[in-house]
Design a protein around this ligand. Structure first.
Ligand code: GAR
Length: 221
């Protein structure tokens, strides 16, 4: 049976592109992107999806009087596709508890930092300002608390003294494009599971070019 993803985006869509490529090349098997939904009509990622023949929808958050009403409309649209996973790929909206709790174990996000460091915005500038040696990206399950759910996979990249946020951000983004397809492939094939709030991998994670990668492989007893 073909599994279905619904991707939520707000902008550029480079993670969408990396996931699409993974579906097309067989890194992610037996899976299709059923729809891409954006809260911004001008999101360039919509063009990427349309060029690949993926149905797109725009639900503009500004048309709703409250966050809760926007989330209800979003949920109704997503559920029409009955996705196996709802994938936040640069979706820059905080979600209500009710929305998050509607997709237990099925809602995943990518965040441009090594969580729990630097939740929220401007992660690259904050990493440089803190003087950390390593920065990176995390794919995690979404829980009501912002950027705080169980981590599925992380990739670390070095911070160089010559870095500015753009340079560091580009290095992190390249790592994002590797780990998001890896995480989705593992979740969809059952090689990675969420059990009682913890993430378990049952086989080794593929290596990641130019990055250090974790977590270690753990098998539930
Ligand atoms: C990515 O860097 C992603 O990690 C970040 O937005 C960017 C989207 O880029 N997400 C967040 O900050 C969510 N808190 P993309 O549109 O090219 O995939």
């Amino acid at each position: 049976m073909i599994k279905k993803l619904v991707l939520l985006i707000s902008g550029r869509g480079s993670n969408l592109q990396s996931i699409l490529r993974a579906c097309q090349t067989g890194q992610i098997i037996d899976t299709k992107i059923a729809a891409v939904i954006s809260n911004r009509a001008a999101a360039p990622g919509l063009v990427v999806a349309q060029a690949a023949g993926i149905p797109t929808e725009v639900i503009d958050h500004r048309a709703f009087p409250s966050r809760a009403e926007f989330d209800i409309a979003l949920q109704q649209q997503i559920d029409q596709y009955a996705p196996d996973l709802v994938v936040l790929a640069g979706f820059m909206r905080q979600l209500t508890d009710a929305f998050v709790e509607h997709y237990p174990g099925r809602l995943v996000n990518i965040h441009p930092s090594l969580l729990p460091a630097f939740p929220g915005l401007h992660t690259h500038a904050r990493a440089i300002a803190q003087g950390v040696c390593w920065h990176g990206a995390s794919v995690h399950f979404v829980i009501p608390e912002l950027d705080a759910g169980p981590v599925i996979i992380q990739a670390a990249v070095p911070v160089h003294t010559s870095d500015d946020p753009a340079k560091l951000g580009a290095r992190v983004l390249a790592a994002e494009h590797e780990i998001y397809p890896q995480a989705l492939s593992a979740l969809l094939s059952g090689r990675c599971k969420l059990e009682e709030g913890r993430v378990y991998w049952s086989d080794p994670i593929p290596s990641c070019a130019n990055t250090a990668i974790n977590p270690v492989v753990i098998t539930p007893s």
